[in-house]
Structure formats: C-alpha cells, structure tokens
Design a protein around this ligand. Structure first.
Ligand code: G6P
Length: 451
C-alpha cells in the first residue's frame, strides 16, 4: 500500500547486516557523513521511509528472509548490476569527477566496459525510482541522496508527476571542466536526471554555483549540514568511549594530541597530512617527544584496488615516520585502520589540534564534530577544499591542502596557540558547527519542497 508521506532514498541505509557463524543476522550502524546526518534527522520523523540498497550478501540474505527494521526498505539488486553501479560508476567515475581525483595521464577511460557499467547504473537508479513510486503517498515529499542516485529524480518524475522531489548532493560538485570529461550523452543524462528534482540541494554555495555553471539552469538551494551538540556529547560520554579514552590517555601521556578521523579515502589527503606532521617534527624539533598524532582511518571502499593501495600507503608512511623519529618511550604516530567509532570519539575528546585537510570535500563533518566534543578546546587546521571551510574559516587555521609546508606551519601554530585563544576559537567553531543540526537541516529541505 502506497502510504509514506516522507521518503528518503540513499544507496547506504541506516544499518547493514552481518551474517554470524551460527547463521543469524545482526544489524550494524552504517558509516559516513550521509548516514550520520540522515539517521539523526529521521529519528524525529517517525513515519518516514528510507529506501536503500542491500550492500552485501548478508543484506541480501536479510531481504530474502524478510528481516527488516521499521522505516527501512532494502532493495535487493542483482549483485553484478550493483557492483557496476556502485564500484564502477558511482565510486570510480562520479566520485572521482566531483572530487577532481583523476590521475589525468591515465584516467578517465570511457570505453565499452564503461558503457556496460553506465547501463547498470541506469538500471539501479530505475529500481530506486520504481520502489519510491510504489511506496509514496499522493503528493508525498521524496528526498533523494547523493551521486549514486543522480538519475532518480528524472525517472521518478516520469512515473509519478504528483510527487515533490528533492535531490541532495553530499559531495562537492565538479567544475565545468571536470564535468566536460564525461561523454556528452552521459553528462546530459546525469544533468537531466538531477533537474527532474524541484529542488537541487548542496552543502555550500560553491558546490551549488558549480552545478549551475555546468547545468546552465536549475533550482538550487544550500543547506549546510551541522551537528547536534547534545546528541554528539552524549554519544561521546558512553562508558565504552570512557574506556577507550583511558587507553588512549595512557598511550599519549601528557603530550599534545593532533587528531584526525577519516574513512580511508583518497580525497581526505591523509598522506600529505602525515608528510606535514613529519615536516613539523623536522622543522620544529622542540615538539619531538611532546606530541602524538592520532590518526583513525576506517576502511572504506576496499573492493577498489586504488583504495586498498592508498590504505597500505597510509600504513607504510606512518611506519616510516615512527621509524624516523620514534624513541623507546615515544611513538609519534598512532594509526588505527579499523571501524571503531568509540575510539574516534575518545580521540575527539582529547584533541588539542584537529587536522582536516581534504583536497576537496562536500562538507566534512569531522571538522564540525571535534570542536563540539574536545575537552580542552582544540585548534582546527582546515583545508580550503573542505565544504566546512565556508562556515568555519574565521576561527580555523586554513591551509592549501597541497601545500605540505604550509600545513606543517599551521600544525605548529595550532600546537603553540595560547590556551585562552584556543578556548575562544573553539567556542565559536562549535557555535558555527551546530547552526543547522540534522533535524533542522532536514526540515529546511522539506519546507523548501513544500513551498
Ligand atoms: C560520503 C558520501 C556518502 C557515503 C559515504 C561513505 O560521505 O557522500 O554517500 O555513504 O561517503 O561511503 P560508502 O561508499 O561507504 O557509502
């Protein structure tokens, strides 16, 4: 029965399943900025339906067994079609285009294989459009999320002209030059798909302008997602986080902590961050033995070789820095490549400096979360390529993400910042970070859609 008044469509759902050795299924919270923002917002929308893809064999098994959570519908898409759409197009083409990540002498290559994958991407988008058309009540509001589902607004509009449709992009939007790398017909389908929405939303004015520049038209709007301070602080003070904090404090001692938390993601620029830390220890030997770099990177998109190689390169570079500077009682970098949310929150609490240096990033919620949670106040070293730069630049130490020397100097300035100044800046950063928490962000989009 078509009943839902508010529907969300996103590749990743609020949870995914794992198949335990005894054959039972257990549910786990999904990762990434999109899921944390939307989960918080939808917790207050009891009647909303979230349509997502089954991401793994365990998820597909859950669909087959009819295991589900209220308010969530998982689509079981044929695994080859899904792999082409998610790994082939969404993560290898669209993500790279919007983040300007291509190694241009070799990439991109738009060949027959790409054409097959593009057809799968269209089929996967069509499956979402059909499920939405089935579930939506007359005149319902549908909020379609991200680059995985760029064709959904157009396809859904064709099936259900009565619906109000928004699309929201959590990534940057490619410059016109990057967008024009796509084959002409593909670029047109992509833009037509997005323009099927009544409202096309982005985190920042820069990404909205880039879209208008590429599309030549469209009803764009800017909704900069922020964090819910109360919710985040209560998550960060659970007993399991206290335990992790005690463990980390024992390792760090009374040294200062430079904290970063990312997915193992190319655009996050983790390697240049480590190079900057190395340059800090070289240029400012006074910090040796007095600082620890806590780098948490949780594994992401490991089906793609370029991500596996990147993850390995991060591990190796961290090891090199430890070999170069480490002493019997000081390990300069503590890297953790695992999905450990409690450890990340513990690291947030003890941050003296937060390092957020992506080459290009839709928003970057970590830049907003750390100032809210850090206990002693933290100085934020922030890339000009992060969406969060638009709101946080005034109180951050801002850097060109490619400039390792500038980043090293900013780390030095951040470590040396007088306590009162750090506290003042942290207060203002936290205020900016919480200006539009997930619930208000979601409501703002619903209002724009209903207007
Ligand atoms: C970014 C994207 C999200 C995505 C997340 C995690 O934040 O904008 O759509 O869910 O990365 O990536 P994954 O591929 O694991 O879903």
């Amino acid at each position: 029965m078509a009943a839902s008044q508010v529907l969300v469509a996103a590749n990743r759902g609020p949870l995914s399943y794992t198949l335990d050795p005894d054959g039972s299924l257990s549910a786990r919270r999904g990762g990434g900025g999109l899921v944390s923002g939307l989960s918080a917002a939808l917790a207050r929308q009891p009647d909303a339906l979230w349509i997502c893809a089954a991401l793994s064999d365990a998820d597909r098994e859950a669909v087959r067994r009819g295991v589900s959570e209220p308010g969530v519908r998982m689509l079981d898409i044929d695994p080859t079609t899904y792999d082409d759409a998610y790994n082939g197009i969404a993560n290898s083409v669209l993500w790279f285009t919007h983040h300007h990540l291509y190694d241009v002498p070799r990439e991109p290559v738009f060949d027959a294989r790409f054409r097959r994958q593009w057809a799968s991407y269209a089929a996967y988008n069509q499956a979402f459009a059909e499920a939405l058309a089935e579930e939506a009540a007359q005149g319902a509001c549908v909020l379609v999320q991200d680059y995985h589902l760029a064709l959904v607004p157009g396809a859904l509009r064709a099936l259900r002209p009565d619906l109000r449709i928004a699309h929201f992009t959590h990534t940057p939007w490619a410059s016109k030059e990057y967008l024009s790398m796509l084959p002409d017909d593909v670029r047109e389908q992509l833009l037509d798909g997005m323009l099927g929405a009544d409202v096309v939303g982005f985190h920042t004015g820069a990404w909205a302008s880039a879209f208008l520049d590429g599309a030549g038209r469209g009803n764009v709007a800017v909704f900069p997602l922020g964090v819910d301070a109360d919710e985040l602080r209560s998550l960060a003070h659970r007993p399991e986080v206290d335990d992790k904090l005690a463990g980390l404090r024992a390792e760090v001692g009374d040294r200062k902590a430079i904290v970063r938390v990312d997915r193992t993601e190319l655009s996050k620029n983790i390697l240049r961050g480590l190079l900057a830390y190395r340059e800090l220890l070289t240029a400012h030997p006074e910090w040796r033995g007095r600082v620890v770099h806590l780098a948490s990177a949780y594994p992401s998109r490991q089906d793609l070789k370029v991500y596996r190689d990147y993850t390995q390169a991060v591990r190796e570079l961290a090891m090199e820095v430890n070999e170069e500077f480490g002493t019997a009682d000081w390990q300069p970098v503590l890297v953790s490549v695992q999905d450990d949310f409690a450890r990340s929150l513990a690291a947030y609490r003890m941050a003296d400096v937060a390092l957020v240096n992506p080459v290009r990033d839709g928003m970057n919620l970590v830049a907003k979360e750390i100032p809210v949670v850090s206990e002693a106040g933290c100085a934020l070293v922030l890339s000009r390529g992060a969406g969060a730069y638009e709101e946080l630049r005034g109180d951050a130490l801002t850097v060109n993400p490619y400039d390792v020397t500038e980043t090293a100097s900013a780390l030095h300035a951040a470590l040396a910042m007088p306590d009162p100044e750090r506290a003042e800046r942290t207060k203002r950063l936290a205020a900016a970070a919480t200006a539009l928490p997930p619930t208000a962000w979601f409501e703002a989009q619903l209002s724009a859609l209903r207007a």
